[in-house]
Design a protein around this ligand. Structure first.
Ligand SMILES: [Zn+2]
Length: 251
């Protein structure tokens, strides 16, 4: 049986010298693993579409649960990422997150579209990569059933806590006075960070990356979104470690 779909390559693994095994997020089949035979051969028609983070129209042959890429025509290759190791490594992290939070054989068009928007924002070069990263992480968590509650204090119901505390474990906001120490991981948020989190959670996806923040709030937002994701998912990410080592090196 042949399937026609659109797919974004989240990961590529070498398989025999000239072939690739690809993890692809498709619009109709969810996340699938497919083989792209001879994709690295000279003149292969699959070469462009078999790259990490390529988005393409794909024709896939499917038999007994195995998928083979037979034809592909690239729609968007995110060229802006390919000559910038920092942006490319951040894109690879987005790919790993999408892989972690997507289900096999279950389409989730919202997650695919969020991923594509993030890659466009990163590849375009006009958006601050740190903000794109934070907004993508937090919004992806919302779509995956981990939406934090930051509308008001979860104890007293106050809408604008003077000293807002966000608990990375419980995923809820409280006033500093309402917070009871326990097994949580509290962070005292700046007003700018709280406002940015509320914006990211509730705005239209098309405007997700259209906000600005002062340096200190930007740094905090970046830490909070990343730590919230890692705390909730209980795992780290190899691609994130690599990206962080690049940033550190840049200093
Ligand atoms: Zn309170």
């Amino acid at each position: 049986m042949y399937i026609k779909t659109k797919g974004l390559v989240l990961r590529e693994n070498v398989y025999k010298e000239s072939s690739r095994i690809l993890t692809v997020l498709t619009s109709t089949e969810g996340k699938i693993t497919l083989s792209a035979r001879g994709a690295k051969r000279k003149n292969s028609k699959l070469a462009a579409s078999a790259q990490l983070l390529a988005y393409s129209d794909m024709t896939i042959f499917c038999e007994r649960g195995r998928y083979i890429l037979t034809e592909a025509r690239s729609i968007e290759l995110f060229e802006g990422l390919r000559d910038d190791v920092e942006r490319l490594s951040l894109g690879a992290y987005f790919g790993e997150l999408l892989e972690t939070l997507s289900d096999e054989d279950m389409p989730n068009p919202e997650v695919l579209s969020l991923g594509l928007n993030a890659l466009y924002a990163l590849s375009g070069g006009e958006r601050d990569p740190e903000l794109v990263k934070a907004a993508f992480e937090l919004r992806l968590m919302c779509l995956s059933g981990y939406e934090p509650y930051v509308e008001r204090c979860s104890r007293c119901g106050g809408e604008n806590p003077q000293e807002p505390v966000f608990d990375l474990v419980g995923g809820v906001l409280t006033c500093k006075g309402c917070y009871t120490p326990g097994s949580g991981k509290p962070v005292l948020l700046s007003p700018g960070t709280l406002e940015a989190m509320r914006y990211i959670i509730s705005t239209d996806v098309k405007r997700l990356y259209s906000f600005k923040l002062g340096e200190s709030s930007k740094k905090q937002l970046s830490e909070v979104c990343q730590e919230y994701l890692k705390t909730q998912l209980g795992t780290g990410f190899k691609t994130l470690d690599f990206y962080e080592s690049l940033i550190k090196f840049k200093g």
